[in-house]
Design a binder for this molecule. Sequence first.
Ligand code: PEP
Ligand code: MN
Length: 332
Amino acid sequence: MILELQAGLSPTEIQQLAEKYRAEQVQWNGSALLLTDSSIHQIDQQDADSFRQTIDTGSDIQLAHRDWQPQSTGITIGEHAIGGQSNKTLLMAGPCAVESREQAMHTAQYLAQQGVTVFRAGAFKSRTSPYTFQGLGQEGLEILDEIRTATGMQIITEVRDATHVDAVIETTDIIQVGAKAMYDHGILRACASARKPVLLKRHFGATLQEFVQAAEFILMGGNREVILCERGIRTFEKRTRFTIDLTGVAWLKQHVHLPIVVDPSHAMGLSYGVPDLTRAAVAMGVAGVLLEVHANPAKALSDAAQQLSFQEFDQLKPSLHAVAEAIGYQLC
Ligand code: PEP
Ligand code: MN
């Protein structure tokens, strides 16, 4: 339950109520809140005067729930506002990984010319095998910094583990929490105290409830700027890399006020399916799409099969503008 405290209670009174309801204390837009777990559905009548309002969302999706905040959260990324009332779909694109200065800069300059304002690329890669390319690490972050200066693009890059969380948070404009890191509470808590937007990817084995609960860690820790990213879940299907859960996106749009982004590249795992899936995601009125684009996909050091070539990206982009316009959105 969300228990919004009346103004004027003493710290001791608040502490007593927090202990009684085993609640976390959180500040939200000037209001003091107590957040209980989902086993508590009502308060004692004798405490009623202490609360301005009490909201039972029915689960531990609380601060992210539209029952608490009906209006969509807006987040500013560089020159663009997404979510909120903006009706904008932000195109974020770049290679899976920073492989070298030349490769990343070349791709960033190409994308900047195409009007893309957010460059995505991993410096610390979260790989399933320890024998594959793990990213350039710190050197990759320095290259991303140079790309920001050279192109003016915003940077999104992922935090893989606790060893470099501060370095990534310092360098990037948007912190990407990778699918496998969705359950890493050290990373979630570090993101909670960061003053930058966080793009939280859904773990491929996470239910929607678990996904949004991970976001709750960031929200209740003090960072309101959380973007949820659907990137495919694991089902019985083996022909595609994952299964894109657009039904989940529809559920999230209805119940959760945070901006929602779709990553069709990792969901499909095969570049030929990415254009159709991206159009489908844009047609749902999402706040953004995340696409992998590489100058020479066949030679990519990670996720080679799913990255779009420059030519494929050129062909796709006009149709995304058209789909966005058809539903009253603007691709930016
Ligand atoms: C990525 O964005 O390159 C990535 C590793 O994605 P995910 O965490 O969704 O697997
Ligand atoms: Mn990738």
